[in-house]
Design a protein around this ligand. Structure first.
Ligand SMILES: C[S@@+](CC[C@H](N)C(=O)[O-])C[C@H]1O[C@@H](n2cnc3c(N)ncnc32)[C@H](O)[C@@H]1O
Length: 237
């Protein structure tokens, strides 16, 4: 066996062992994903596996809607969601951990600084720099709360996106009932899961959990490794 093959086998075994251990621990011990994993959440590899534009389409996020990014983490998806809903829409970024919300707040502040520096440079700035710049979205609200008790009025949201979060919540059914309360009739719940997440569950489990909470299955997208299941809040619920 060549050295490269041996190295690949070793790396594969380490990843497998890590996955098995993490899954066993997570079955018995529920705690929110630590803030340092934001490097993984924000990585290029993650964007390749779960492109934000795909999640936007699959979740039914569109211009002018009010969206809850539940368990937003460091906001990997919050900012693309905010751009997709535009200035007539709004994104509420909710997380239980202040450290995650701080990371998102810093990201927004960084965009703000870059935009104002760019504007300050004026007409003399090289054109490539102004092409790179992206205005910070002004339609994002940061909220610290638990998925078990959402601080929103009944029927007040159009879409709730729950990405790599549902099975990290100690009581997913309670969270799903809260989501159903705050969604408007006909609104979407989009549950997204990725295999690399130690809390990952199969698509069939997610369909069952959603239906058990009284949602109607609308669409299921993706594959075994990364999927989104979109539900609709029915009229009589
Ligand atoms: C794996 S991260 C995913 C972050 C983000 N959705 C993404 O896909 O990049 C899970 C997030 O859910 C949050 N979370 C876990 N339990 C929660 C709860 N009960 N209520 C609200 N947020 C929670 C964690 O703090 C963490 O930021």
């Amino acid at each position: 066996m060549t050295a490269i093959k041996l190295l690949l086998v070793i790396v594969g075994c380490i990843i497998l062992l890590h996955q098995v251990l993490a899954r066993v621990v997570r079955r018995f011990w529920h705690f929110p994903a630590p803030a340092f994993i934001s490097h993984v959440l924000d990585s290029k590899l993650r964007r390749r596996v779960q492109p934000p534009e795909k999640l936007i389409e699959w979740s039914g996020i569109a211009e002018g809607l009010t969206v809850l990014d539940l368990g937003c983490g460091s906001g990997t998806l919050t900012i693309p969601y905010a751009r997709a809903v535009g200035e007539n829409g709004r994104v509420c970024a909710l997380d239980i951990q202040p450290a995650m919300l701080d990371l998102l707040a810093r990201k927004l502040a960084r965009l703000e600084n870059e935009a104002s520096n760019e504007h300050g440079r004026g007409k003399g700035a090289p054109p490539t720099a102004s092409l790179r710049i992206q205005e910070p979205p002004a339609n994002v609200g940061l909220i610290r709360a638990s998925a078990h008790q959402l601080p929103f009025a009944a029927n007040s949201l159009d879409v709730v996106g729950v990405t790599s979060v549902l099975y990290e919540i100690p009581d997913p059914q309670q969270a799903l009932h809260e989501i159903k309360r705050v969604l408007r009739v006909g609104g979407y719940l989009a549950v997204t899961e990725m295999f690399m997440d130690p809390d990952y569950r199969l698509k069939s489990t997610t369909v069952r959990e959603g239906q058990q909470a009284g949602f109607i299955l609308d669409q299921a997208y993706g594959n075994f490794w990364a999927y989104t299941v979109r539900f609709i809040k029915p009229e009589a619920s």
